[in-house]
Design a protein around this ligand. Structure first.
Ligand SMILES: Cc1cc2nc3c(=O)[nH]c(=O)nc-3n(C[C@H](O)[C@H](O)[C@H](O)COP(=O)(O)OP(=O)(O)OC[C@H]3O[C@@H](n4cnc5c(N)ncnc54)[C@H](O)[C@@H]3O)c2cc1C
Length: 323
């Protein structure tokens, strides 16, 4: 495919061009793409829905494999086994499941993104996590070989952590096991998920969901640390913090560049460190050419500092409220 502005296909609606864009329609087309990229010795990255990613502004001299056309979805039996290709949207999957009288995927309704990206990120929300329902994953490795994982415990390594983050394998399709059950309760859950996200203003402007992971050893969610550090008043160019969720950075009115978003995220991380001594880890995936002058700061890791009195007080307040 000819050169394309990635801002047109990335959920955040920022990003420069790439030199080659592959839009495979089958596992074998993914293999062909990977083999060609390998033969050309080009770097590449994969784009699913782009809902957890920021594509950098600079033009990318490598290739991009976008999985939007990998849309196969079918029931494999009457006992809740479903075959799903990597490009199927989460909401579409949740709707398909409930329409087939199955429970276990209601939490995926209105979770932005595609099945492949959701598996790679081990996405979770509203009491569900993708690792709980996946049984078999078919991937393409960096040389174009097919790899089948039929022991999910070997790829899902816990909170927001999978082996795909190291291997770079491309998820092509998956088999998911759901249960026949009370679809009325699942419909209610789906409605709740949708209403709650709308209430929290999550779809007001493009974002990547939470910019930073939670660190469960800290005892306070990252969103609360950010809010209590006053980041809601920060902005950079067209990048602003969601007034209803301090861990979300909006591309307000689509006026932000990726640089604006990165610079604002750095300011947010510094604000939390200054007040609470906690160094947040990025959840947002940064794809393409990171600007040289920001790369060092973005990759910086600082150890947990001495607990500030502010952190001790906030933890106490949070744990009292959650009881
Ligand atoms: C409004 C909003 C709310 C959100 N709420 C939540 C939430 O509640 N919980 C949560 O966990 N997340 C949340 N997210 C983040 C996001 O929705 C999920 O992480 C989603 O599962 C990502 O899917 P994606 O296809 O968009 O991934 P992408 O952003 O396209 O990709 C994420 C990473 O996976 C890689 N990748 C993509 N597809 C594949 C593939 N097929 N094979 C291998 N690697 C691949 C990409 O290269 C990238 O490194 C939210 C995002 C938004 C915008």
């Amino acid at each position: 495919m000819p050169i394309q502005r990635l801002a047109e296909i990335a959920y955040y609606q920022t990003g420069g061009t790439c030199s080659r864009l592959y839009l495979p329609k089958s596992t074998s087309e993914i293999q062909d793409a990977v083999r060609e990229i390998h033969r050309l010795s080009q770097p590449f990255f994969v784009l699913g829905g782009g809902t957890n990613s920021l594509v950098c502004d600079d033009n990318w001299s490598g290739a991009v494999i976008a999985l939007t056309h990998m849309g196969g979805l079918r029931a494999l039996d009457k006992n809740g086994r479903i075959f799903c290709e990597a490009g199927v949207e989460n909401s579409k999957f949740a709707r398909f499941a409930v329409d087939h009288g199955l429970t276990g995927a209601g939490w995926m309704n209105r979770l932005p993104g595609q099945m492949g990206g959701t598996i790679r990120m081990n996405a979770r929300c509203y009491g569900g996590e993708i690792s709980q329902i996946v049984k078999k994953i078919t991937c393409v490795d960096l040389l174009g070989n097919i790899i089948v994982h039929d022991d999910p415990s070997k790829v899902f390594r816990g909170y927001k952590d999978t082996s795909f983050m190291q291997t770079g394998e491309i998820i092509a399709s998956v088999e998911i096991q759901l249960e026949p059950g009370d679809t009325a309760a699942t419909q209610d859950l789906m409605k709740f998920c949708e209403d709650d996200r709308i209430l929290k203003g999550q779809f007001t402007h493009p974002s990547c969901g939470c910019v930073f992971k939670n660190d469960y050893t800290v005892g306070v969610p990252s969103g609360l640390l950010l809010e209590s550090s006053g980041v809601k008043s920060l902005s950079r160019g067209g990048a602003v913090v969601n007034p209803r969720h301090a861990n979300f950075v909006f591309n307000k009115d689509k006026l932000a560049s990726s640089r604006d978003i990165l610079e604002l995220s750095l300011m947010m991380r510094e604000a939390v460190y200054a007040k609470f001594g906690v160094w947040l880890e990025y959840e947002m995936e940064i794809l393409g050419n990171m600007p040289d002058d920001l790369a060092k700061s973005i990759r910086e890791v600082r150890p947990l500092g001495v607990e500030t009195p502010e952190l001790v007080a906030l933890r106490k307040k949070f744990s009292a409220k959650s009881r």
